[in-house]
Design a protein around this ligand. Sequence first.
Ligand code: GLC
Length: 768
Amino acid sequence: MSEKPLAALKNQNVAEITFADHTRLALQVFSDTIIRVCPIDALANPSYAVVVKPQPTHFTVQVEAGVAAISTAALHVKVYPDHHMDVYDQNDRPLIMDYRGQRQPLNRDLAADETSLLEEEGHAGHEAVNAAAALTLIKQLDPDEVFYGLGDKTGFMNKRGYEYENWNTDDPAPQMENFTRLYKSIPVLYGLRQGRPYGLFFDNPYRSHVDLGKESPDYYAYSVVHGPLNYYIIGGHRLADVVANYAHLTGTVPLPQRWTLGYQHSRYGYQDAPEINQIADDFRQHDLPCDALYFDIDYMHGYRVFTWDPARYPDPEMLITQLHKKGFKAVTIIDPGVKREPGYPIYDDGKKHQVFVKTPAGKDYVNRVWPGHTVYPDFGSTKTRQWWGQCHTALTQIGVDGIWNDMNEPAAFDGPIPDDTVFSDNDKKSTHAKMHNLYGHNMSHATYAALKEQTGRRPFVITRAAYAGTQRYATVWTGDNHSLWAHLQMMIPQLCNLSMSGFSFAGTDLGGFGSDTTPELLTRWIEAGLFSPLFRNHSALGTRRQEPWLFGESTLAIYRKYLKLRYRFVPYLYDLFALAQSTGRPVMRPLVYDFDQDRQVYDIDDEYLIGDALLAAPVVTKGKTSRLVYLPAGQWIDFWTGAVIAGGQEIQTAAPLDTLPLYGQAGTMIPWGPAHDFITDEPDRAMSFKVFGDAASYDHYQDNGYDFAYQKGEFNQYHITFAQGKAAVMLTKAGYPAGLYSHITVTAGDQSFALQLENGKYQRIDKN
Ligand code: GLC
């Protein structure tokens, strides 16, 4: 080592490192398992993602032979005089090691003039993203290393071998694994190196890029166009712990309203109030459970936000009241773009309050979206968020139940918004380059706060664009997929990687948004998406309609079967959401989440877990009526037949068109709710629990399902056990007496046990 760090010293929760070139690096210890790395002068920068403060943590800082060593109980970091850094786990085994060799850019075998030739024929050129990068980290890649996370990027569960960009983008072309960017930027990456898990969270909203071993099998790299380099090293015993640590760092998903876990239906193109009412009636007439209908941009007057088309929706309040009576919630879309039109009250008021983003010359910046020329609210300003929130009273006062935020990358039909457009960053003047990836995040924040204040209920906000941490405000969907088998397949990696990236509440457009669906594809999609946390069918204007009764009796019957089944699982999903909120453990999970030591699961793209009890292995290929299913170690119970199957092997299973292969893990239990056509504020009166295997115990959570009373202790908790042929239920918390089940049934195989509430205790009432 030629140079020595001038100093490495401990200053409260920070290891301060000063290099010979006088640059100063901070390693800020958040906990045993979380260490932030950034320049010392960036320590005080606010973050939109991180919600926790460093916890008092014991750590040591030493300098030996010119190398600084910073150690917590779980992580050992070495910083070298040449600025390199290596991270080891608690047993000193390598986790994240700097790459010291030369970078080997991909050889595309193209001269510059050939690139333009390709572009002339219409082939997209390969952007030299790395060239623009101001800052780069390059880490050694182990031959066995695999990657997860990064939100809902396209492609496969394991991201190794691909490159991705973080720059929120609305590109309506069919998204395949060659897409490097989509609507969201969630720069958290999980690695498993020799089975040892770690996380890296790059908390810098500027445009960034990751190459996960595409360029070279020797390294992976992160680069960002503007500093500071600001990232978190996340450790944990198992991958699940690393994921939970990240969730706590950026905030867990707040418990949603119970009805939001029901089936939801949407279409871009529903024309008017009679049509919406008809769709509602058709759902009931066809005996299809459904909880929500959506109002896409068609409801607005010329796509002006916070208006209703007076001819097609003369009395929206009456319409919403009618829908409520039929058991449907109403969710309206709100895009950020405000039509630039003097005389339109929202525009005039926004101008008066100076809430729109500006050109560097101080004029309102104008681009074009659905309504034509539009201006963009500046959501990084508190004043704008409050103003925007206020605009929602027009919707909440007439009974709108949820808000769908779209086009908030933000989309701009007349070409990209210039980088130097003036946006606010925590009320300070900033640029589009910095605030672009945060636009949807700050918009969701504004919407969440408004709904909370105006309705008192748990806000239901859906957003398309997001940044790390947006899960605190909104559920997300993956944007404009197409009715393609490849997109049904992509749903599983997208939703699993989203949930690992903090977003437990997520969904795709079931059936596919663009292009025409087919009866078989729609059927397999409703099966595969059965446990999708957000369970919404949505399709685009001009495509084949996707109401399930339009595909013939047999498709309708299967669709109905799965909608009805979904409602039986809602109490289980709700329990998982309560757990996700308190522990950061996701609802929907890739197999690697629970079985990170089993290399067989690293590349499984067509199976997923729901909590730790259920494994779904949908058919996602056209024409297939059987498939191979890998069952991890343990014993698994076929959900349909009750057959016990040994895990640790691949099995061939029949999967006729009406069957979703589904397995319960032996030793677990799930609640099995009563049948519902829709979910009301009324508590269920009785609950069943299904046991998989010979013995299990389970903690079940219950509250009123819609407001924040649970935060004051108004909830119930039940501890259910089944062992040695006996079932018992203990009420471990009774803070919501109005909801207490009068009857509970526990079933295990063909045994069934009935219990009844008597004097605050559940007593067996059958004498089996
Ligand atoms: C965007 C959305 C889509 C919506 C459409 C019209 O394409 O992603 O879901 O239906 O805009 O609002």
